[in-house]
Design a protein around this ligand. Structure first.
Ligand SMILES: [Zn+2]
Length: 384
């Protein structure tokens, strides 16, 4: 069976036909190319007004990435025509398989976005030999497409999260709707600056922003700032997951420093292989880690003391009343400030500074613990 026959079965156009298919080598891999040609006597369409227009000239060959097959990346090869439109002037024609200047075909973007809902973006990138930016573009396009075709009312709870990508040098901001009846990705934006989040609120619009009752985010300053400005009637809840992550980061610092110091001073390497014992939740420890932790607890080490402070902190989430939770937080912070453990002290300072926002979690009756968002982001899954 010819490649052409298969394509005509699944991806046929009215005004275009498939030409020859051939392999080329691209960065050391075999790539399958499929030529596309305009059908004879079919009219060109102006990309601006979507009406037929006479042809003007043809541009250089362009490649459009299509769904890979049998391990081969697939590209459509087409020379775009320009039209001379009586209303718009000289314009590039519109083609049914791609959108605007996108180098990915619509079908491929849908394909990637579909898998990005089921797997982590990293897994999608690996599985289909593609890159993060491509998945980002695909998801962004599909999310935007979906939103222009979907109801946007009734959004009263959103979660804002950041995602590190591009080897950790760059960030994306993701905004989810987290109403219990509708959990979906609403918006993706590059970076995690004030401007990024302002773009989201512009997209959401003034009216809909006013309807927000709960906004969930981490303690990232630009987010806190924009939420205060743009959704000040909503209860802003700090993401529990991120607070714990901050404490864990401090413990990691304390442990690394203490490990080096003990080694330098010629002590027994007690802290060797202890990292995860101290960072993981007790119930998630392996048997070996449990033994190690028990051993460590016998020593008066800064790492151990930090660990115990973290374990105590988890008691916070059991409170029901915001007032009592607040008292607990105060006591905890005071203890940490007396501990003389610098990284932990700096966490306590941050927590004090954001106390009101943390207590909002209790005011929201734990309804929007961001547990939903945590779950999504742990695997960097994207739900639409
Ligand atoms: Zn036109």
């Amino acid at each position: 069976m010819l490649i052409k026959t298969i394509l005509n079965n699944c991806h046929k156009f009215k005004s275009f036909i498939y030409g020859k298919a051939y392999f080329t080598e691209d960065e050391g891999r075999q790539v399958l190319n499929v030529e596309i040609l305009p059908r004879k006597n079919a009219k060109c369409i102006c990309s601006n007004c979507h009406k037929p227009a006479p042809g003007y000239d043809r541009l250089e060959e362009r490649r459009f990435e299509f769904i890979p097959v049998w391990g081969f990346p697939v590209f459509f090869i087409y020379r775009m025509r320009r039209v001379e439109c009586s209303t718009c002037g000289i314009r590039v024609e519109e083609v049914p398989w791609a959108y605007g200047k996108h180098h990915q075909t619509k079908a491929y973007m849908q394909f990637l976005a579909h898998w990005a809902r089921k797997l982590s973006w990293k897994e999608v990138a690996e599985s289909f030999q593609t890159t993060w930016p491509k998945i980002f573009h695909a998801v962004k396009y599909i999310v935007e497409w979906g939103l222009t075709h979907r109801e946007l009312s009734g959004i009263t709870a959103i979660g804002i999260d950041e995602l590190q990508w591009h080897k950790g040098h760059e960030y994306l901001t993701l905004v989810y709707q987290i109403n219990s009846e509708a959990i979906r990705l609403l918006w993706v934006g590059k970076d995690r600056t004030v401007k990024t989040l302002l773009r989201f609120f512009r997209f959401l619009g003034k009216e809909r922003s006013k309807e927000l009752k709960f906004v969930c985010s981490d303690m990232w300053k630009p987010y806190v700032k924009v939420i205060k400005k743009k959704a000040n009637e909503a209860i802003h809840i700090l993401d529990r997951f991120h607070i714990v992550a901050k404490i864990n980061k401090a413990i990691d610092e304390v442990r690394a420093e203490e490990y080096r110091r003990m080694e330098r001073d010629g002590y027994e390497p007690l802290l060797k292989h202890s990292r995860w014992c101290l960072l993981k939740r007790k119930k998630n420890l392996t048997e070996k880690q449990e033994v190690k932790l028990k051993e460590l607890l016998n020593y008066n080490l800064k790492s151990v003391r930090s660990y115990l402070l973290k374990e105590d902190f988890n008691g916070l989430w059991d409170y029901v009343s915001p007032t009592w939770a607040g008292k607990f937080l105060d006591r905890w912070c005071t203890r940490v400030m007396r501990s003389k453990i610098e990284p932990m002290k700096s966490v306590a300072k941050t927590i004090r500074k954001h106390k009101e926002l943390i207590l909002n979690w209790f005011k929201a009756k734990k309804a929007f613990s961001c547990g939903i968002v945590e779950g999504l982001n742990n695997k960097v899954k994207v739900t639409m």
